[in-house]
Write a protein that binds this ligand. Structure first.
Ligand SMILES: [Zn+2]
Length: 282
């Protein structure tokens, strides 16, 4: 299945991942140069095709919204081509501290990529910022903001991007739309705090890390609120399970029914629960 390319504003194209897989963004400057937002080596052919179809003459920056493999595994590919990789210091630190084993684990099902891209390895960003930074292309100003509350929300690197001229907000994995989120690398209470600030942000178009793009601030707010309510509900129930007052099967059933029944990536629910119960306590 190929990702669908959706033009979400005059200069922004989103590669919407099939079945809730990762979204990538292309922001194109008036001279044809572009900033690419997130890139997964497993989907590099789709990405290259999208860059061609959208008429990008060169990539000036690759921006990582956070450290997870599905957002950063093509850092090596673009870095080898001399393209600077921009990310938060939190993202770089997380990759440095924990990225190696994760990279190996995620590559296990696709060993052929090591042959196709000799030397392929975890590649840290080489342009790092702490709280915020600005990236400019002709006609494009991107404001990058570190949003991992207390250093850890969905991930340790969570960064949002606001494209000033066309009022497009790119939320990374702080927001999932219409799909179950991956919560097991995250700290849900901190994530909830981060979402409270995001509820106040302004934009005309909104791109989540996974799931369909959203048009308009009002619809966007509703999605942020939905994400907030989902995480609050889920976390509250997990705490009850941990305390022995609810059982995990009931929580799984609840998260797959009612308002959540239409969400994609249903397999994430059980994985999130298992990780929460057996892993670190957030
Ligand atoms: Zn992701």
């Amino acid at each position: 299945m190929e990702s669908a390319i959706k033009q979400i504003s005059r200069s922004v194209y989103a590669m919407i991942g099939p079945q809730g897989s990762t979204n990538f963004g292309i922001v194109k400057g008036s001279d044809g140069s572009a900033a690419l937002i997130d890139a997964d080596i497993r989907r590099i052919d789709d990405i290259e095709e999208a860059l061609q179809l959208t008429g990008c003459s060169k990539i000036s920056y690759l921006i990582d919204t956070h450290e997870h493999f599905d957002h950063t595994s093509a850092n090596f590919y673009f870095s080898q081509r001399g393209i600077p990789v921009v990310a938060s210091a939190g993202c770089a630190a997380a990759m440095r501290d924990e990225g190696g084993p994760d990279f190996e684990r995620m590559m296990k099902p696709v060993p052929e990529l090591y042959e196709r891209f000799p030397g392929l390895c975890l590649t840290l960003p080489d342009v790092v910022f702490r709280d915020s930074t600005k990236i400019a292309l002709p006609g494009v100003t991107l404001h990058l903001k570190y949003c991992a509350e207390n250093g850890h929300s969905h991930s340790r690197g969570d960064t949002t991007i606001f494209f000033e001229e066309e009022e497009v907000f790119i939320a990374g994995d702080l927001l999932y739309t219409e799909v179950h989120p991956v919560t097991f690398f995250g700290n849900i209470p901190n994530w909830l705090t981060a979402l409270k600030s995001l509820l106040k942000s302004h934009y005309k178009q909104l791109l989540p890390g996974h799931g369909p793009a959203v048009e308009g601030e009002q619809a966007g707010k509703a999605y942020f609120k939905k994400m907030y309510d989902y995480l609050e509900d889920f976390h509250g129930r997990l705490v009850e399970v941990k305390a022995g007052r609810q059982n995990a099967e009931d929580v799984a059933r609840h998260m797959l029914s009612g308002t959540y029944a239409s969400f994609g990536k249903t397999r994430m629910v059980q994985r999130n629960i298992n990780h929460f119960l057996t892993g670190r306590w957030f």
